[in-house]
Design a protein around this ligand. Structure first.
Ligand SMILES: *Cc1c(COP(=O)(O)O)cnc(C)c1O
Length: 379
């Protein structure tokens, strides 16, 4: 381990990317890769991107990967490639990051939210079936916090209506559903935002698909609708994953399975150390799921008190996310509420520090701080 800076001694950071990059010699390898590209004279649509697309498709156990500018762009371009547009409806989770909804809005379609199950953060397949109308053109499940959605149940609802499932896999690089990787089916969007399980040194994303024609459409759309320079077949956009990001991602992809395994160890220790505390729910894992623990999220009705107690103990926490999407200003008046489960989650969820860079002492300190705080709060 690297030495901890004095101002951080005794504190547990939520997710420090410098500590992360200190693992497995990654910082030196990323530095070398970035320098190699910087000196290559080739910055877009070059060999690093081609190699990363090949490697990430294989990692996802799928056929095609198309690198784009961000996770939001990946979702939007997948929908555009499927010809989803104005007048269409797309089913989205009510409880998600706003990007899932924004991708639907960006193509001119209407996001139709579905509430999660009562005892998990997962899209409820029964509620999904009820939300479908004659205008529904796609379903976009999220794998919340790295736990896979119930894809077979969701696929069954979608297949009965002849509509595609677009996985929002932005939090689930490497997760498995019944043994199969997130992103191994028809089409999925990934984000490589720096804090994701596989993160770039800036913005980046990818569409992963089993369908060669769909991949080709996304390839066209991300590059001005052009395959051959100055021949524009469709009105595309500019959303390319650049060579520097691709080179950095190739280095970090070699660490992903090991880092996800380390996240699972941290999660197992949290669950063992925190289960059964009064007024605190630890996350549940479905028997068919191998989550990758993008976040470790507890629930409590006394969140504000817990956050201040942890802050005082030097443990940094975050909330994913404090405002339900339909309650955000961006969607004011756009969705018929109420969505009580999602509204309650926005008030009660709390993410504990998570990442492969956490030391055994960090994890012990977090568990002790949460235990002590919960006892004090409930006295
Ligand atoms: C991060 C995230 C996105 C968006 O990814 P960006 O790369 O930030 O655009 C989309 N959906 C979910 C569920 C996410 O967590």
């Amino acid at each position: 381990m690297t030495a901890v800076a004095p101002e951080r001694a005794g504190r547990v950071a939520f997710h420090d990317l410098r500590d992360l990059h200190a693992l497995d010699g990654v910082q030196e390898r990323v530095d070398a890769a970035v320098l190699r590209v910087a000196r290559s004279g080739r910055y877009l649509l070059g060999p690093e991107l081609a190699a990363f697309e090949e490697e990430f498709a294989r990692y996802c156990e799928n056929e095609h990967c198309v690198g784009v500018g961000s996770g939001l762009d990946a979702l939007e371009l997948a929908l555009r490639a499927l010809d989803v547009g104005p007048g269409d409806e797309v089913i989205v989770p009510a409880h998600t990051y706003i990007a899932t909804w924004l991708a639907v809005s960006a193509v001119g379609a209407r996001p139709v939210p579905v509430e999660p199950e009562a005892d998990s953060y997962l899209m409820d397949p029964e509620r999904l079936a009820d939300a479908c109308t004659s205008r529904t053109r796609a379903v976009m499940p999220v794998h919340p916090y790295g736990h896979p959605a119930d894809l077979d149940a969701i696929d069954a609802v979608a297949a009965a209506r002849g509509i595609p499932v677009v996985e929002d896999a932005a939090q689930a690089h490497g997760a498995r559903y019944r043994g199969r990787r997130a992103g191994s089916r028809y089409v999925a969007a990934f984000s490589f935002y720096p804090g994701k399980n596989l993160g770039a040194l800036g913005d980046a994303g990818a569409v992963v698909t089993s369908d060669a024609r769909l991949a080709e459409r996304v390839r066209l759309l991300r590059n001005y609708g052009s395959r051959v320079k100055y021949r524009h077949e469709v009105p595309g956009t500019n959303s390319r994953l650049d060579e520097i990001q691709a080179a950095a991602l190739r280095v970090k992809l070699t660490c992903l399975d090991g880092w996800n395994a380390r996240r699972a160890e941290v999660a197992a220790r949290y669950t063992e150390g925190l289960a059964g505390l009064p007024g605190l729910d630890v996350p549940t894992v479905r028997p068919w799921a191998e989550p990758v623990w993008h976040q470790y999220v507890v629930r409590t009705a006394r969140r504000a008190a817990l956050v201040s107690a942890l802050e005082a103990a030097g443990v940094e926490t975050l909330v994913h996310y404090p405002v339900a999407v339909h309650r955000s200003e961006a969607y004011a008046g756009a969705v018929d509420g109420p969505l009580p489960r999602s509204e309650r989650l926005a008030d009660e969820v709390l993410s504990l520090p998570m990442g492969p860079q956490l030391t055994a002492q960090d994890v012990t300190a977090v568990i002790a701080a949460v235990r002590e705080a919960t006892e004090t709060i409930h006295d």
